[in-house]
Design a protein around this ligand. Structure first.
Ligand SMILES: Nc1ncnc2c1ncn2[C@@H]1O[C@H](COP(=O)(O)OP(=O)(O)OP(=O)(O)O)[C@@H](O)[C@H]1O
Ligand SMILES: [Mg+2]
Length: 497
């Protein structure tokens, strides 16, 4: 048995580490250098912070078979070891040099460790008379405390349990990152492509750089813009979206930049625009490709100088707003055709982020569908709904031109209409896909795709023929003709898929 060891910050108490039958020559194991912890093997890492060589030696001897025991004898050594090795659990004696008779240094170590990683587990080692101090340490975030003399069996059990809890918490965090709906600001996606998007958003969010979000309709550009704002230092400020294609050209300038009283007929009072509304926050310019050329110059000036004049105004207004823009049109083509200013493009596209279409992240389809089903079922009080096998197959094989929005809406509709426990391809209105088996004629396949695309374009544009035809790159008469041939009627005006 080792001899009783002096206690450090209580004069009267002694605090031996009680080890079972230690062989005489094993006591000769040399303590690790205090500031350069060494590790061995691939076992869980345990950092022991104690300035008493003998306790450290005994810890190493008793715990070495189960853990990689890292040793440190003072605050700098402990912090360096923690930073380098990231142990899940730390055994911490509070009385450390240069003032081992007080718990001051130990508390410093504790607060640094928790500051670096709030989920790390610190177990305080204390003498009988320092119980109050140890409890204070638990109040400050320590996981547990042990009173000297430490029984090695008791220590082993506590360590085993602590590592177990640390492991469970780690798994839980990783799982949450992957699958929780809130894993990334409400954005779902387990595919590598989406994980890359999340990583890029994390990086870009902390800067003030302008971001251009590219991606097909319904891929989550607006979601991504919201996520960037929510992760930025401007998150307490406003997030102000403006859809450049939804506002008539004649009103867009005043909507964006505001106007002075009397600027035009009907301007009875001064009105601030969306840019001013976004002061201190983020301005989201959606469908930027639709911004008329005469406004592109004015926006460019704002991006360069952070100032502009309201319509009818002479005084420059200065606004600090971060700009995020999005488009699903090919801006480079628009530039080459003279419809979009190249200098504005480069101002907006300091960072370009591509939102991948669903077809490029097949792994996400079932996951998203299940999550939307779970949410919609909960909202409508229909518990226990599930997809049938043909529904799962149809989901996987559908072309998803409307991407996540289309998937979400199809699932929502199916849940509302569901009459049985299993949702099938018919409920999802994906029967055509389910039918795409060998034997399905080329003519039928073509008509099925045509129907699908036309219906989607019409739904997207609220039943308006001109924008739907333009999206499909066909003339209005051709669209009418195809609708007649395929028996398609115009959908309700407000509906969008
Ligand atoms: N990764 C995602 N996780 C969960 N929901 C998503 C995700 N991406 C998109 N959505 C949902 O899909 C719908 C469309 O998303 P959003 O409006 O951001 O797309 P968009 O790219 O801006 O589309 P559009 O080009 O048509 O404006 C929204 O209801 C949004 O909540
Ligand atoms: Mg959008």
């Amino acid at each position: 048995m080792p001899s009783p060891l002096p206690e450090k910050f209580s004069a009267a108490q002694t605090c031996p580490l009680s080890l079972p039958h230690q062989a005489p020559n094993q006591g000769a194991v040399k303590a690790e250098p205090r500031t350069e912890p060494r590790v061995t093997g691939g076992k869980p890492k345990l950092l022991v912070v104690d300035d008493d060589d003998e306790i450290c030696t005994q810890m190493k001897w008793a715990l070495g078979p189960d853990y990689e025991v890292l040793l440190a004898g003072d605050r700098p050594g402990a912090l360096a070891a923690f930073k380098e090795h990231r142990p899940a659990v730390v055994l911490l004696d509070l009385g450390l040099p240069p003032c081992p008779a007080t718990p001051k240094e130990g508390f410093e170590v504790l607060s640094h460790i928790l500051g670096e990683n709030h989920s790390s587990k610190a177990i305080i080692i204390s003498g009988q008379s320092e119980k109050q101090t140890a409890l204070r340490a638990v109040g400050a975030g320590a996981y547990d405390f042990l009173t000297k003399p430490i029984q090695v069996e008791e220590l082993k059990i506590i360590l085993k349990r602590t590592f177990h809890v640390a492991g469970l918490e780690k798994n839980y965090r990783e799982l949450q990152q992957q699958v929780s709906p809130d894993a990334f600001e409400g954005m779902l996606g387990t595919s590598p492509a989406m994980q890359q998007v999340f990583t890029a958003i994390r990086k870009v969010a902390t800067t003030d750089a302008s971001v251009l979000l590219l991606g097909e309709s319904g891929t989550g550009k607006e979601r991504a813009a919201v996520a960037i704002h929510a992760r930025s230092m401007r998150k307490a400020g406003p997030f102000v979206p403006i859809n450049c294609s939804a506002i008539p050209e004649s009103l867009l300038e005043s909507e964006l930049f505001g106007h002075e009283k009397g600027a035009f007929t009907g301007a009875h009072v001064q009105r601030k625009g969306r840019i001013e509304a976004a002061a201190g926050g983020t301005l989201f310019l959606d469908e930027i490709g639709e911004l008329p050329t005469f406004l592109q110059a004015k926006l460019l000036r704002f991006l360069q100088e952070q100032s502009f004049e309201r319509v009818g105004g002479r005084q420059p207004v200065t606004v600090d707003a971060r700009v995020i823009a999005a488009t699903n049109v090919d801006l480079e083509k628009a530039i080459s055709e003279g419809r979009f200013r190249e200098d504005l493009y480069y101002r907006l596209a300091v960072v370009v982020l591509h939102l991948p279409p669903l077809r490029e992240r097949q792994n996400d389809i079932h996951y998203l569908a299940e999550e939307f089903l779970r949410r919609s079922a909960a909202e409508s009080g229909k518990k226990g709904l599930a997809f049938s096998r043909d529904a799962l197959r149809a989901l996987q094989e559908h072309s998803w031109l409307g991407n996540v929005r289309e998937l979400e809406n199809r699932v929502k509709r199916a849940v509302i209409m569901a009459e049985t426990k299993y949702l099938n391809a018919h409920d999802l209105e994906l029967e055509n896909v389910a039918k795409t088996t060998p034997g399905f004629s080329l003519k039928e396949a073509r008509e099925s795709v045509e129907r699908e695309m036309i219906e989607r374009a019409l739904r997207k544009h609220g039943g308006r023929i001109a924008p739907a035809a333009s999206e499909l790159n066909i003339s209005r008469p051709t669209l009418y003709e195809l609708m007649g041939k395929l028996g398609i009627t115009r959908p309700e005006r407000a509906e969008r898929v």
